[in-house]
Structures are given as C-alpha cells and as structure tokens.
Design a protein around this ligand. Sequence first.
Ligand SMILES: [Zn+2]
Ligand SMILES: [Zn+2]
Length: 290
Amino acid sequence: MIPIHNDTAAAMAAAGLVPGQSPAPLRLPQAATLFASRAARLRQLAEGHSLGDWLGFIATLSDAQQAVIQAAPSAAFPPAAQWQADLQALIGQLRSQVPEAALPTLEALALADAATLGALANRILGGTLDADDMLPAPFIMAAQQIAWTRHAASLEAASVAAPATAHSCPICGSAPVAGVIHVGTEAGGLRYLHCSLCHTAWHHVRAACIACGEGKDISYRSIDDHEDGARAEACDACHSYLKLLLAEKVPGAPNLDPIADDMASLALDILVSEENYQRIGINPFLLMGE
Ligand SMILES: [Zn+2]
Ligand SMILES: [Zn+2]
C-alpha cells in the first residue's frame, strides 16, 4: 500500500474521504469559502455571456452571502427560522451595492413582517410564484441558502444517512440543481448530485434516472457548437432531465460551481425543454413564474 502523506490525508478527511475506503456518500459544504468561490466563478462565466449582467448581479449577491455567513458563523435558530435574520443582514450588505432599481424591493423586504416573508418563501420554495414574487425571489433564496448552508456545514457527514439512490438532498430535502461527474483518483467518474439550497453533494449511481430509477431509456443532449461540459441526461421513461456537468470537459473546471455553471448553460435547458422534457430541480436564481 502506498503511504499517504499527512497533508493529503488531512485534505481528504476535510472532503469527507477516508483513504482506502469507498468514496464519501456525502460532501458537506465549506461555508468559509463557498459563496466567495461562486462569485469568482460567476464573474469568470459572465465575460462575453448573453446573461452576463445577470451573472454579475448574482456574483454581487454571492459576495454579500459570504459576508453574512462570515459575520455570523453560528446560528441562533434552526434554518427554517434563522433565514429571516440572515435576510435582514443580507439587505444591510446589499443596500450600497445593488443597482438603484433593486432598492425598492430591498426596502420592502426590510419592512415586511415575519408572516409575510414566510408566505413569500413558501411560494418561492414550492414553485408557486406570483408575478410580484419574481423581484424579491433572488434575495429570499440567497437568505435561505445562507441559513441552510451554515446548518449543513455544521454537521458531521458520518451522522447523516445518504442512500446511494437518494433523489433529494439528505439534509434539507431539496431537489438537486445538477449532477457533477468528478475527476481525480478518489472520486473520478463518480456522480454527485448538488443541492441548490444547503450545498450538500451526495453520491448517486450513474446510468439510472434520478427521477424514476430507470436506466434503459436515458440519452444525452448537448449544445453542439461549443464544448462547455454541460449535458442534459434525458429519460424517456418519465420525460424528465437532469443537468450534468462533466468536470473533465468544463473549461476552468477546478472553479466549477454547480449553480453558476448551471446558470451559464441555460441554452441547454431551452434546447431540451423544446423536446418537452421536464427539468428535475430548479436553479434558485433562474426561477420561472406560474
Ligand atoms: Zn440540501
Ligand atoms: Zn426517468
């Protein structure tokens, strides 16, 4: 057996991996860096992109999320209650940074009572948005992400049961934003599904549709004219699809962020939705109204 250097062992342990054992079923988020890394990735992807302004706006939001979680690394309440305090802190961070057109939305959120905010969050998380919910939605989702990510990061991976065919997040119950096919010696070729809310990743067997479990009727789509490493795994048994990000092929893959890279590959979603496949899970920053 090849001896493993202490630093490598420590890095593997931090990633939830144990040398010589099968890959971790669960990868918990790194709250100290996650949102700052996303902001950097979004700015990288925004250059020359048709959605560049929106990617840049979400980068500003991500930086503010990082500032909030750093200022309050532990929570006073469970995430379902804590997010409202995180929202107010987020608004405090954002007031001086958002375009003027976004200020009335921020001020309305700052003044809203807890019941109003709770009902708004339920509509957004439940996918039953009104037209008026579209403007506050990114801020609500950003606050929810802060609270749930802080919670997930505080857990021990070994204490969470994660079956290898879980189709929703073992920690918060959300559907995945995308699957990532990893590279490297430990997790190379494995598929992890990435939670859109608490940023936990969980291992899921490949070659089986995560919506219906069938493996016979799966095919893949990509945008032909450029290689961005994004594929749609489409299932003809249940007509759903999952976005897959192939770390081997994604340009700048060490910086890959499933939410950022999913946003930047929206053209692929348009392609497969024209074939009438339904997306599994949502991107919290690309929500559609009813
Ligand atoms: Zn989750
Ligand atoms: Zn299926």
